[in-house]
Design a protein around this ligand. Structure first.
Ligand code: PA5
Length: 408
C-alpha cells in the first residue's frame, strides 16, 4: 500500500545551507559515535535487529492481559512512562472492549493514587511495573499500593496479574520478579529510559491498548533507513542555539499530541540539559495557547524557535452549523484548524521566528514509530554537536539520591 510521506519542511528556519556547512565534520563524528559506541546506543540498531520472537511474546502477553482485566495499571515514571502514554493518547482506544489503561507512580500525590484506587477497585485489575533501576521512589510506592490491592482482591493468584519490565540482572525489582515468578520483560542494557519507547517498556502497554506494534517498528525502520533529515534538524537546532534561540517550542493543533510533546520535552531536556548547555524544550497546544502565549510569541523576547507538529488528516471531523455565521458556517472544523496553522505561520514569518514544520499525514502506529526514531536520532546528534553526552542524566540521579537521603 502506498503510504503518504512524513514530510519535514525546513523552508522557514532562516538558516541557509551555507550556514550549516560548518557542522558537517562534527555531524560525521556524531554519526560515527552513534554507530560505533556501545554506551546508550542500542536504540539506533533496534529497528534493524528487533527480536521477532520477543515481539510475538509481547503480543501474546498483551492478549492475555486483555482477557484478564478491565483496568490495566501501568506503573512507571519518566522514560519508563512517557513513551507508552504518548502512543496510547495519540492512537487509542482502538476497540471498545479493551481494558481501560491507567498510569500510576507518575507523582507522589496521595490524592491521585487514592482516587485511582477508588475508581478501579471493583474492576478486574492487572498491573505492569516498569523500572530500569528497580528502585525509583514513585513507582516503588505505587507498586506496593497496587500489589496490596491485588493481594486483598485475589489472594495468591494476584501474582498472575503482575507484569514487570526491568533490568536483566540488577535491582530489587529483578530479585522480587525472579523470586515470585512474575511474567517479565527485559530493558536492554544499552538503552536508557527516554530512548526505550520501542522496547517492551513502550510496546507492551501499546499492545494492550490494541496498537499494532509491528507497524510501529516498521515505521521506525523506514525512518532509520533515511539519511539526512535528522542530521539537518540537529544542525539547524545548534545553529539557532548559537544565534541565541535558547528555547524550542513544540506546537501542535491536535490535543492527542499532548503526551507526545511531553515525551519530546523529556527526550531533549534530559539529553541536552547539562554542563550549562541545552535548548530548553517547551510545548504549546494550539489554538488554546494562541489566546494566551500567542501574544508572547508574536511580540515577546525572541529567544525561541518553533517546531510545528502538523497533522494533515485528522481522525474525525464535524461540519460547523449555519448558526455559526458567515466565515464559519458549513466549513469543516479540520479545515478551520488548517487555516489556523497557515495563519500562525504567516504571522510568525512576519516576526522572523524560525519555524520547522513536520507534516504528519495521519496519526497511526506507523507514523508514531517514524516520529519516535526521527526525534531520538535528531536529539542524540544534536546533543553530540553541543558537546554533551546525550545518554546520561546525572541531574536526575542527584534528585533521586537527595530525596532518598531526605527520607532516611
Ligand atoms: O530517562 C531516564 O533515564 C529517566 O527518566 C528514567 O526513565 C526515570 O527516572 C525512571 O527510572 P527507572 O526506569 O529506573 O525507574
Amino acid at each position: 500500500m502506498e503510504r503518504a510521506e512524513l514530510n519535514i519542511d525546513f523552508s522557514n528556519v532562516t538558516v541557509s545551507e551555507d550556514d550549516l556547512f560548518k557542522y558537517q565534520g562534527a555531524l560525521k563524528e556524531a554519526q560515527d559515535f552513534l554507530s560505533k559506541s556501545k554506551e546508550g546506543t542500542g536504540w539506533v540498531r533496534l529497528p534493524f535487529e528487533y527480536d521477532r520472537s520477543e515481539l510475538k511474546r509481547i503480543e501474546s502477553t498483551a492478549a492475555r492481559i486483555q482477557e484478564q482485566c478491565q483496568a490495566f495499571v501501568v506503573i512507571g515514571i519518566g522514560g519508563s512512562y512517557l513513551g507508552a502514554r504518548a502512543a496510547i493518547e495519540m492512537l487509542g482506544p482502538l476497540q471498545q472492549d479493551l481494558p481501560e489503561i491507567y498510569f500510576a507512580g507518575i507523582n507522589i500525590s496521595g490524592s491521585y493514587h487514592a482516587e485511582l484506587i477508588d475508581r478501579i477497585k471493583d474492576k478486574d485489575i492487572c498491573i505492569c511495573v516498569i523500572s530500569k533501576s528497580g528502585n525509583t521512589t514513585e513507582p516503588a510506592i505505587a507498586f506496593s499500593l497496587f500489589k496490596e490491592l491485588l493481594f486483598k482482591k485475589y489472594g495468591k493468584e494476584a501474582s498472575e496479574r503482575i507484569y514487570v519490565i526491568t533490568d536483566k540482572n540488577k535491582g530489587i525489582l529483578r530479585d522480587e520478579t525472579d523470586n515470585e515468578g512474575y511474567v517479565n520483560f527485559v530493558i536492554p542494557d544499552d538503552i536508557g529510559g527516554r530512548y526505550s519507547v520501542l522496547t517492551p517498556v513502550g510496546l507492551l502497554p501499546m499492545a494492550v491498548a490494541g496498537i499494532d506494534i509491528e507497524s510501529v517498528l516498521d515505521g521506525a525502520l523506514e525512518e532509520a533507513n533515511l539519511l539526512d533529515r535528522s542530521e539537518k534538524y540537529a544542525a539547524i537546532r545548534n545553529e539557532l542555539f548559537n544565534r541565541g534561540k535558547l528555547i524550542e517550542i513544540f506546537e501542535y493543533y491536535e490535543p492527542r499530541l499532548h503526551y507526545f510533546a511531553e515525551w519530546l520535552k523529556q527526550l531533549f531536556g534530559e539529553s541536552e540539559g547539562k554542563e550549562g548547555k541545552g535548548i530548553f524544550p517547551a510545548a504549546l497546544e494550539f489554538s488554546t495557547d494562541l489566546h494566551s502565549m500567542g501574544q508572547y510569541l508574536q511580540q515577546g523576547n525572541q529567544i525561541f524557535f518553533e517546531t510545528i507538529l502538523n497533522v494533515e488528516e485528522a481522525k474525525q471531523d464535524l461540519t460547523v452549523p449555519q448558526s455559526a455565521g458567515n466565515f464559519l458556517a458549513g466549513k469543516s472544523m479540520n479545515q478551520i484548524n488548517k487555516a489556523a496553522v497557515e495563519g500562525v505561520i504567516e504571522a510568525h514569518k512576519g516576526a522572523r521566528i524560525p519555524m520547522i514544520k513536520i507534516d504528519i499525514p495521519v496519526l497511526n502506529a506507523y507514523n508514531f514509530g517514524r516520529l519516535v526514531y526521527f526525534f531520538e536520532k535528531a536529539c542524540a546528534l544534536s546533543g553530540c554537536l553541543m558537546g554533551v553526552n546525550p545518554f546520561d542524566q546525572p541531574g536526575v540521579e542527584s534528585y533521586k539520591s537527595e530525596m532518598r537521603k531526605a527520607l532516611e
